[in-house]
Design a binder for this molecule. Structure first.
Ligand SMILES: [Zn+2]
Ligand SMILES: [Zn+2]
Length: 353
């Protein structure tokens, strides 16, 4: 079966709802509009959205720096309750969930067959290719669903998706061992989630940021992480260097400082995207014999990791949610995300009703 856009656009008797839409190609072209209220086909569910997180990717879609197929409702970091189930998916009715983002993958390419749907060349994701979570309702395949743990607040469930991306970078295999020292560069949501995962692996974790990141560093400190300002990083480096460094800043200066702060034979993980080519002294990788790894988006395996990290209490999500606004306030919330004002900002479409 090949992907059919109509799969995502089944309409129930002309009912419409508000959604935040990438209307057309080109920078900007984003705004509120009316879209059909979705209905669930076989093996699909309709989620009533409780919250959808605003992510760097949404800003890239707004700027047309990330591929999308407009017109499309944006938003991929989704949580909500299942209010309608298609044939075969009835067991999910009433369950609070967070969905994996791939609406369609081919299930037959080498990547899919190896369980790496994230690398499928035909993958179509909610929020960029297929209508996503910045709307009152979103339809997804039931295979994508994960129940949200009872300990997680109703908005914070939207952080399952970014945590699954972090787990894809850090968990299989675990990059840190008990007793390791680790540095995370960049205290945004991905950075603080990365730091919590490394701490759960037994590392002692330092997280660096700029003076403008003070609120984020304070949140990190409240989670048992050691915050440091980038300007003071030199003094915080252990004698032989950090065993593990994870960059979640995507910033050229941060990446350079991170690679310099690792010990010989240490492990460097690229979590953040720079969004453009940057220069790096690549010889440091040879001279220090660094292990360099990364991860892109998420896999079913990394979502299983999320469920364990949350159930064990090793990672907490609620302290990361610093703002929840209605869809109608999207422009302000996008602007604040762009300015790194707050940590994770979310939109709750129920607030517009
Ligand atoms: Zn995201
Ligand atoms: Zn595939």
């Amino acid at each position: 079966m090949s992907y059919d856009r109509r799969m995502a656009e089944k309409v129930t008797d002309g009912a419409v709802m508000a959604g935040l839409i990438k209307r057309d190609k080109g920078a900007r072209n984003v705004g509120l509009g009316e879209v059909p209220r979705p209905a669930a086909g076989p093996d699909q569910v309709v989620i009533e959205v409780y919250a959808t997180g605003i992510c760097g990717t949404d800003l890239h879609i707004q700027d047309d720096e990330f591929p999308s197929i407009p017109p499309v409702v944006m938003g991929h970091e989704v949580t909500g309750g299942v209010v309608e189930a298609g044939a075969g998916a009835e067991g999910w009715l009433g369950v609070r969930v967070s969905p994996e983002t791939y609406f369609y993958t081919c299930d037959r390419c080498p990547a899919c067959l190896a369980g790496r749907r994230n690398l499928c060349p035909e993958r179509r994701s909610i929020g960029s290719h297929v209508n996503g979570g910045f709307a009152r309702y979103v339809v997804v395949p039931q295979r994508n669903l994960h129940a949200v743990h009872a300990s997680v607040g109703e908005h914070a469930g939207a952080l399952y998706e970014p945590l699954s991306c972090v787990a894809q970078c850090l968990c299989d295999p675990a990059v840190a061992s008990p007793g390791d020292t680790a540095l995370v560069v960049g205290p945004g949501a991905m950075g603080i989630l990365s730091a919590q995962v490394l701490k759960a692996q037994g590392a002692e974790v330092t997280i660096s940021g700029t003076p403008g990141d003070q609120q984020r560093l304070d949140i990190a400190a409240s989670l048992g992480l050691t915050p440091v300002l980038a300007g003071d990083l030199e003094a915080a480096i252990p004698d032989s260097g950090f065993d593990v460094v994870a960059d979640a800043s995507g910033n050229a200066h941060g990446i350079d400082a991170g690679v310099r702060a690792i010990r010989k034979g240490g492990h460097y993980v690229q979590v953040g995207l720079a969004g453009k080519p940057i220069s790096l002294d690549i010889d440091l990788i040879c001279l220090k014999e660094l292990v360099v790894t990364s991860g892109f988006a998420s896999t079913p395996r990394s979502w299983q990791r999320v469920e364990k990290l949350i159930a064990s209490g090793a990672v907490v999500l609620d302290p990361l949610v610093t703002d929840v606004s209605p869809l109608s306030a999207w422009e302000r919330s996008f602007g604040r995300t762009r300015a790194a004002d707050g940590l994770k900002l979310m939109l709750d479409p129920r607030m517009d009703a």
